[in-house]
Write a protein that binds this ligand. Structure first.
Ligand code: NIG
Ligand code: FE
Length: 414
């Protein structure tokens, strides 16, 4: 029985479709709010007065979590990460600070290629241990579900290794891990002179195998000049669809490249990044219901102008926010920090930012029906933040206010 939150932010009422436009500001907050949990699911939601009446006879036997003075939200959902990897890339930080760009470093064999080398060389056990540490940190920051992409293997063997580790973490760790196959994260060195040959390997070998082994739900492509063209991305995403993998796309991050348009055309669940997406691309995404997953931490860390969330929301596309947690362009696990950047750098309201890391983030990984809001029947994934209102959570930046995390009805952080 989670009792008497000063603000219980439920985000109720949008389990079948993400929140768009003005609706993103409707958080459905209950003051002095309480939640009754049973068998890992939310059984009742209301004021403390209502629920203590309703469950009068059972309170004595219940485990009580006192939320007095605290803000309770749905467990945060991070819908775009690359947290399963080995090694680290802080050496690139100095290079970027002296003027090298992210793409220059990658084209010189660093960036994604450096992490691919480290991930290929790592044993499954090492990869598990290094990634588990990051997953622990996600949980300590209030995240209860995280999407994880492959794409540091870039060969059948190592992509399968990376996805297998993600699956083991999902099974063993309190945080739920939802997997995305991203064999098309970069063209590895051995295919440098024949990128179409690598696309064929992805389409003919990797996608069928990943699908057969049940290792992923989504299929993602880094569609950017010098990485994968929109034509190659279309082939890869359509191939995934034929094997039941839902399309996602890293779109228009560095320059306008038709990624948002392609996302609408293939019916992607989400298009992510979108810093340089065209107005027409955004319009088509809104029309087709493609969710815009925006990553202001990446823009911040790469010292570039963030996506225009204000414009995207006003155009009618649903917006979700994510850390993009990865070793090169966004080494963080903090969604509260990302919400702050969403407001300061992308023109979002605090309410929109919170909707973007809960219910809309859940929809961005096809989980809107079971997580992302505090409603009867959903998983009892809840976070108590040690602040009296949700605004403070977003206003204080670079701070971790996570107090208690409840996952599937169990207190896993206290
Ligand atoms: O989303 N843009 C491509 N992929 C990741 C970065 C991966 C890396 O640098 O290791 C991203 O920013
Ligand atoms: Fe990414």
């Amino acid at each position: 029985f989670i009792r008497n939150a000063s603000q219980l932010v439920t985000l109720a009422g949008s389990s079948t479709a993400p929140l768009v436009k003005e609706k993103m500001n409707e958080l459905h907050i209950i003051e002095n709010g309480s939640v009754w949990v049973e068998d890992g699911k939310i059984a009742a939601v209301g004021t403390d007065e209502e629920l203590s009446q309703q469950f009068q006879e059972r309170i004595a036997e219940a485990e009580i979590v006192d939320a007095t003075g605290k803000t309770v939200t749905p467990g945060l959902v991070d819908p775009h990460t690359h947290f399963v990897y080995a090694g680290s890339r802080e050496s690139e930080f100095a290079m970027r600070l002296s003027g090298a760009t992210y793409m220059e470093i990658m084209n010189a064999g660093g960036g994604i290629h450096a992490t691919t080398k480290a991930t290929r060389e790592a044993s499954k056990e090492t990869l598990y241990e290094e990634s588990k540490r990051r997953l622990d940190q996600f949980l300590l920051h209030g995240v209860t579900t995280v999407e994880a992409k492959s794409g540091y293997g870039l060969s059948l063997e190592h992509e399968v290794k990376q996805l297998t580790v993600a699956k083991q973490l999902d099974e063993n760790h309190p945080v739920d891990v939802v997997s995305t196959f991203m064999g098309a994260h970069a063209v590895p060195a051995e295919w440098k002179d024949n990128p179409d040959g690598f696309v064929r390997v992805i389409v003919e070998e990797m996608i069928p195998k990943v699908s057969e082994l049940g290792l992923a739900e989504f299929n993602d492509v880094f569609c950017e000049r010098g990485v994968f063209t929109p034509e190659q991305a279309r082939i890869i995403l359509e191939a995934g669809k034929a094997y039941g993998l839902m399309p996602k796309i890293h779109a228009d991050e560095i320059e306008p490249y038709g990624g948002a348009e392609l996302a609408a055309e293939v019916g992607a669940v989400s298009a992510d990044h979108l810093l340089r997406a065209s107005d027409e691309g955004i319009r088509r995404m809104a029309e087709k219901g493609v969710i815009a997953v925006l990553l202001p931490g990446t823009a911040f860390f790469l010292m570039t102008k963030a996506a225009n969330a204000r414009k995207i929301i006003d155009a009618g596309a649903a917006v979700a926010l994510s850390t993009d947690c990865n070793p090169g362009s966004s080494p963080t696990v903090s969604l509260p920090l990302i919400m702050n950047l969403g407001c300061l750098q992308m023109g979002m309201t605090p309410a929109e930012a919170l909707a973007a890391v809960t219910i809309n983030a859940a929809h961005a990984i096809n989980r809107g029906h079971e997580i992302g809001s505090i409603e009867v029947g959903k998983k009892a994934d809840l976070v108590l933040f040690d602040v009296p209102n949700y605004m403070q959570l977003i206003y204080h930046y670079g701070m971790n206010h996570t107090d208690t995390v409840v996952k599937n009805g169990r207190v896993v952080v206290k």
